[in-house]
Design a protein around this ligand. Structure first.
Ligand SMILES: [Zn+2]
Length: 274
């Protein structure tokens, strides 16, 4: 297909990178990424994915209206929404009504980053078959778990990004490796909404780090020994704690008693051969 003149200019700095190049940029432009979660983590990831030139984002979630208190963690996406308050809100009546949804805020931010990117809202079952990568962003464990299980069953690698309190966590979960149950994420912060709302920048960090891993997954970077510059965090967890400015890297190992990835028996509902 090849990049057109405008694309060569737009992505010239990527094209100069050995690990991306013109071919890699073409892959990004042709890629579809499913982003499950349109909150602050998903918004930050989506903006970076759009700026990288990912062609199509299918976004699940984010139907609920934004609230004033969301702005602390979502400056990229939510700020323009301040300007769309209705008159009744400006007059102090019906506070909270008529704010855009989190999805709309995400879509606005993505269009600012690159109007060429297609952003679609998806509801119901996610079609991972048509996606080049799955990002599960900022969801509670009860919502994230079934999506990550579905990715495993389909043999797909998933990127999981979480932010809670002062922690930003990103995990790359290959289908044949440790599952989300084995993350050891009973970290102090816990899963989002379960251990507390994120300190503002923690959500942005989780989203930005996740965008790196999703981009690498689309490009096929990493996963091979010695490819230092392109080493993807496959089967790995990065845990950034902004309060102490610490970064922890953890190899993810299946727990022996895990029913999904260890020796604890097949996943309920999963095909024994899957
Ligand atoms: Zn497991």
């Amino acid at each position: 297909m090849g990049l057109n003149e405008a694309q060569v200019l737009r992505f010239s700095r990527h094209v100069l990178l050995r690990e991306v190049g013109g071919r890699g940029q073409e892959r990004l432009l042709a890629a579809t990424v499913v982003v499950a979660g349109a909150g602050p983590v998903g918004q930050a990831a989506a903006v970076y994915l759009a700026s990288h030139g990912v062609g199509r984002l299918r976004v699940a979630g984010g139907e609920g209206a934004l609230e004033e208190s969301d702005l602390q963690a979502a400056p990229l996406a939510a700020r323009p929404s301040i300007g769309v308050r209705s008159e009744s809100q400006a007059e102090g009546r019906s506070p909270g009504r008529n704010w855009p949804s989190a999805f709309d805020a995400l879509a606005q931010a993505v269009r600012r980053a690159d109007p060429e990117v297609r952003v679609e809202a998806v509801s119901g079952a996610l079609d991972l078959g048509a996606a080049d990568a799955l990002l599960v962003a900022g969801l509670r464990e009860a919502e994230a778990g079934p999506l990550l299980e579905a990715a495993r069953r389909e043999g797909r690698t998933a990127v999981l990004a979480l932010a809670a309190r002062y922690a930003a966590a990103v995990a790359v979960l290959p289908a044949g490796g440790a599952c989300h149950r084995c993350l050891g994420l009973r970290m102090e912060a816990g899963w989002p909404g379960e251990g507390g709302w994120p300190f503002g920048v923690a959500a942005g960090l989780a989203g930005a780090l996740a965008a790196v891993e999703v981009t690498k997954a689309v490009l096929g970077m990493g996963g091979t020994a010695g490819a230092a510059a392109g080493r993807a965090a496959r089967g790995r967890l990065l845990l950034f704690e902004v309060d102490g400015l610490t970064l922890e890297e953890r190899d993810l190992e299946p727990r022996g008693d895990c029913p999904a990835c260890g020796g604890g028996g097949p996943t309920p509902g999963a095909s024994p051969c899957g």
